[in-house]
Design a protein around this ligand. Structure first.
Ligand code: WQD
Length: 337
């Protein structure tokens, strides 16, 4: 089976490509390399010993995307491509609406035109907004907290409408919690541009000496140690969840939605302690004011994915931090030489 992976040079996509190639899927990557580098594709090819077809293309160029669909006979699409920085989305919402929504609409038009109607969509726990009840199930109310989250929710709504109008589509909406870690080889991993927005890549930069200290955003939350609690999931477990979702689509399930998380919450201080154990260093930190928009606690009920996909996260927080550290220490500058 031939799978189109949009945003395929990115962090979660590159780990997913490894798992797809291990299962003998043919992988075609479409990426504009705005937030990623082609080197990640070469690393995946080296890791797996298999080739990836790569098109450096922007989903905003519908003509170019159409030409790719005409040239390649895809069996399914995994759609990762999109801007994903919450803070940036608040500063430039129109850029996020154009890039994430117009790009997705162009992709869906090409899929429809060429009869490619199996789609795995990279959604996010952000569509739950500040969920009141923990753990969060797929039935929890949906609410966009920021323009980035709004694009994810709008795309989910578009896909629900498309399926309602034409149930020959098979669509899996995967709502990720907090992906961290890296492939055990240390050859691929998270390589954000500039100063990382997210906790673990920031800690990794402090551990490798690229940043001087960790800024803990608030220690006055109603949690055991006062710091924010999140459901961190190993990126390889997340990647395997995508392969399971592709397999699920072969049984023509229609539109299905799954949380991909561990169901376990860890605080910022828990993460710092686990990262110190992984890198063997004491990591300096300061307590800063809360970051606006942050929830105190967010973790998943991932039992539906276990029941219906036969998938569950297997890697614990120790392995997540060790694998993140191996990537960062082997690649202090990320993929750039
Ligand atoms: C985790 C915890 C912070 C940075 C975000 C997006 C979400 C999804 C995953 C795309 C929180 C604290 C963080 C730092 C800190 N992305 N923190 N110092 O905010 O849970 O989710 O990434 O889908 O859409 O919102 O992840 O890693 O930014 O924060 O103390 O330098 O770490 O307050 O408690 P978050 P995060």
């Amino acid at each position: 089976m031939k799978i189109l992976v949009t945003g395929g040079a990115g962090y979660i996509a590159s780990h997913t490509n490894v798992e797809l190639l291990k299962e003998d899927y043919e992988v075609v990557v479409l990426d504009n390399l705005l937030n990623s580098v082609e080197e990640s594709i070469h690393r995946v090819e080296a890791l797996t010993g298999k080739e990836i077809t790569f098109y450096q293309t922007d989903l905003l160029n519908e003509e170019a995307v159409d030409a790719i669909f005409r040239a390649e006979k895809f069996d399914a699409v995994i759609h990762f491509a999109g801007l994903k920085a919450v803070g940036e989305s608040c500063r430039v919402p129109l850029l996020y609406f154009d890039n994430n929504l117009t790009g997705t609409i162009n992709l869906l038009k090409c899929m429809d035109r060429y009869g490619v109607k199996k789609l795995v969509f990279s959604s996010s726990a952000t569509v739950y907004g500040h969920a009141k009840e923990m753990p969060i199930t797929e039935e929890a109310p949906l609410f966009a907290m920021n323009p980035y989250g709004r694009t994810k929710l709008i795309i989910e709504d578009m896909l629900r409408d498309i399926y309602a109008s034409d149930n020959s589509w098979d669509i899996a909406l995967l709502r990720y919690f907090n992906p961290i870690g890296a492939h055990e080889s240390g050859d691929i991993g998270e390589d954000p541009n500039g100063i990382p927005n997210n906790l673990v890549p920031y800690i990794a930069k402090v551990a490798v000496g690229a940043l001087d200290k960790i800024h803990v955003f608030g220690n006055d939350y109603d949690t055991p140690d006062g710091t924010g609690i999140r459901d961190y999931i190993h990126v390889v477990d997340l990647a395997i969840g995508h392969v399971k979702a592709i397999e699920k689509l072969s049984s023509n399930p229609g539109l299905v939605t799954y949380n991909l998380g561990t169901g376990v919450g860890y605080s910022v201080m828990d993460i710092i302690k686990n990262y110190e154990a992984a890198c063997g260093k004491e990591l300096p930190f300061v307590i800063d004011p809360r970051r606006p928009g942050d929830a105190a606690v967010c973790y998943s009920d991932a039992s539906k994915a276990e029941r219906e996909l036969g998938w569950t996260a297997k890697r614990g927080i120790k392995e997540m931090c060790e694998d993140s550290w191996r990537w960062q220490s082997k690649n202090p500058q990320g993929y750039s030489k």
